[in-house]
Design a binder for this molecule. Structure first.
Ligand code: UT7
Length: 336
């Protein structure tokens, strides 16, 4: 038996840009319909950032301030930052250091970025959990923040991808658990690199003799590519698998779950997972209808809204699960 302490989520917050983009708005940019988007994905609207106002780092900071407030802490209490994003402010340095600056944290605390796309937040949470469990840090800020809208092909050519993704940010504060048997019980991380090119933004890749020259001449390669049907096929297998793995490790059955917060990839994927796990509607959370797929931000935004709506109570068994580009997939089981 492990004698390590557990960590618990002491605060959660989210921020989404104020600009709402409906499916009807998209029909003015490309050949698509509200009916197609809703039928295939469940999405009704998403948020797009405002240039000059929202940045990946400052949206993360806005979410972090709310999480800190809920935890009764200030930015100066943070001892480490883990920032999950696939849309960093810069090619380098990572958005973690920008978040440190944005929050006004003067101490030279560690800050790093995690690049695991839709699974990024659960990966980041797992990493933060290890630092708290070992006793290295007591207060770790974990952020998922994304700006997709600036990098989407908003023409008919890109419609298979661009109608799905949205912008937003979520954050949690991890602290050592003060209640025996409560907190993050376990985390489970997986990847399968043979599918790396199935959901990808290829450029600007470093393997070009002159990558800047290359992207100037081949700008379309900077848009995301997704083999949607193959991603879907793997997602509906990996989600139930990684949720079951977390339950098995802790001696629970699917019916013991009080709330499943899946990465908001597609409402159809979520419904399939719900049915496969035998969960009633009150035990699974969906907000993709309003935000689209915000990759690394989707799980903490959903967790934050589920808490705000009173759908998670103290003592509940909560599972976070994600699947996406890489392929990567992950889960975390939490006794709230
Ligand atoms: O976050 C984790 C990563 N992402 C996912 O989990 C996404 C997984 N995949 C999916 O959710 C689905 O594959 C999509 C929703 C992306 C696409 O649904 P699909 O049923 O796989 O559609 P498709 O790509 O096979 O396209 C079907 C048709 C095509 O027309 P034809 O060739 O049948 O005439 C597309 O050109 O739908 C067309 N189409 C559209 N039509 C209107 C594709 N995108 C659109 C669009 N509006 N936005």
């Amino acid at each position: 038996m492990s004698t390590l302490r557990h960590s618990e989520i002491a605060g959660v917050g989210h921020y989404v840009p104020s600009r709402v983009v409906t499916n009807a708005d998209l029909t003015t940019l490309m050949e698509t319909t509200d009916e197609w988007i809703q039928e295939r994905t469940g999405i009704q609207e998403r948020r797009w950032f405002e240039e000059g106002k929202d940045t990946t780092a400052n949206m993360g900071a806005a979410a972090a301030r709310k999480a800190l407030e809920m935890a009764g802490l200030t930015p100066d209490d943070v001892q480490m930052i883990v920032f999950a994003t696939l849309s960093p402010d810069y090619f380098f340095p990572g958005s973690g250091v920008l978040l440190q600056r944005e929050l006004g944290i003067k101490a030279p605390i560690p800050a790093f970025d995690v690049r695991n796309q839709c699974s990024g937040f659960v990966y980041a949470l797992s990493m933060a959990d290890q630092f708290v469990r070992t006793g290295m840090y007591d207060t770790v800020l974990v952020v998922g923040s994304e700006i997709h809208s600036s990098g989407l092909d908003k023409t008919t050519r890109g419609r298979g991808v661009s109608v799905i993704f949205g912008d937003g940010a979520g954050a949690v504060i991890l602290r050592p658990s003060t209640r025996e048997g409560h907190g993050i019980l376990s985390t489970h991380l997986h990847s399968q690199g043979e599918f790396a090119e199935e959901l990808i933004v290829k450029e600007p890749g470093s393997n070009r003799e002159d990558r800047v020259g290359y992207v100037v001449a081949n700008e379309l390669d900077m848009y995301p590519y997704m083999n949607g049907q193959n991603v879907f096929k793997h997602a509906v297998v990996r989600f139930p698998q990684v949720i079951k793995e977390a339950l098995d490790q802790n001696g629970y059955q699917p019916q013991d779950l009080n709330m499943l917060i899946p990465h908001q990839a597609n409402l159809r994927i979520t419904q399939y997972v719900q049915q496969k796990m035998g969960l009633s509607d009150d035990k699974i959370f969906s907000n993709i209808q309003r935000y689209g797929n915000t990759t690394a931000a989707s799980v903490p935004i959903a967790l934050s809204e589920a808490l705000q709506e009173g759908r998670i109570q103290r003592g509940d068994l909560v599972c976070l699960a994600a699947f996406g580009s890489g392929f990567t997939w992950a889960s975390a089981l939490i006794k709230w």
